[in-house]
Design a binder for this molecule. Structure first.
Ligand SMILES: C[S@@+](CC[C@H](N)C(=O)[O-])C[C@H]1O[C@@H](n2cnc3c(N)ncnc32)[C@H](O)[C@@H]1O
Length: 208
């Protein structure tokens, strides 16, 4: 079946169907590094998956809206939040970001690996986030810049942070680049194998 014949929602439902509902509960390192010093407010997570990042933010005092295309991912994420005792602080919602961007204003918008093997215009979504950040708020985008050696990646573009930033342009007036670079790490694979990978990290702050 070609890309064009697979619906994104079916792809992601199958993806999560094949996964355990249980996670290791560890939030993304980049999320922690760039947000742990912030005063909590309203946060929006784009593509929350099984919810570890949303749960961590809620534990830090954020009022979180966490959305995903996959109802199964959200089911797992809700159970994850409930086990962590923070389900009251996270509004999980099924939302297709290719159709619309959520209303409201947020002090933090996070997109961690909001990417897909299917054709997916992420940068239109990220640009829509600019209008939804409150003064003083942060937009944090983490993506794969260099993928692991396992899996099929041939058809996907992997952009460095600088290349990804150029796709975000024009960044509106009054935004500060807090960080725009690639960050290396070692990733563990499904068979316990290890691979050197790097993540592109873009952190932007809107002026107060
Ligand atoms: C690679 S996963 C990353 C999940 C999680 N943020 C993480 O770091 O593990 C990408 C997530 O984006 C979601 N997604 C893909 N396309 C989407 C869309 N159009 N609207 C909302 N979520 C989408 C998928 O369902 C999936 O949960």
């Amino acid at each position: 079946m070609s890309d064009a014949e697979i619906s994104p929602i079916a792809f992601w439902e199958d993806h999560y169907q094949a996964m355990s509902p249980l996670t290791n509960g560890i939030p993304g390192k980049i999320l922690v590094r760039f947000t742990e010093h912030l005063s909590p407010g309203k946060a929006l997570e784009l593509g929350c998956g099984r919810g570890d990042d949303a749960v961590w933010l809620a534990k830090k005092g954020w009022q979180v809206t966490a959305l995903d295309l996959s109802s199964r991912a959200l089911e797992y994420a809700r159970a994850n939040a409930s086990r962590a005792g923070v389900d009251g602080n996270i509004a999980f919602t099924q939302h297709d970001l290719t159709q619309s961007f959520p209303q409201g204003q947020y002090d933090l918008i996070v997109a961690s690996f909001l990417e897909s093997p299917l054709t997916f215009d992420r940068f239109t979504i990220f640009r829509a986030a600019f209008d939804r950040i409150a003064p003083g708020g942060m937009l944090l985008i983490t993506s794969h810049a260099k993928p692991p050696c396992w899996g099929k990646h041939a058809d996907r573009p992997f952009l460095s942070a600088k290349e990804a930033f150029s796709q975000l342009e024009p960044v509106p007036e009054g935004w500060e680049i807090v960080f725009c670079d690639d960050v290396s790490r070692v990733m563990k694979g499904p068979q316990g194998q290890e691979s050197d990978v790097s993540d592109s990290v873009i952190a932007l702050r809107r002026a107060v």
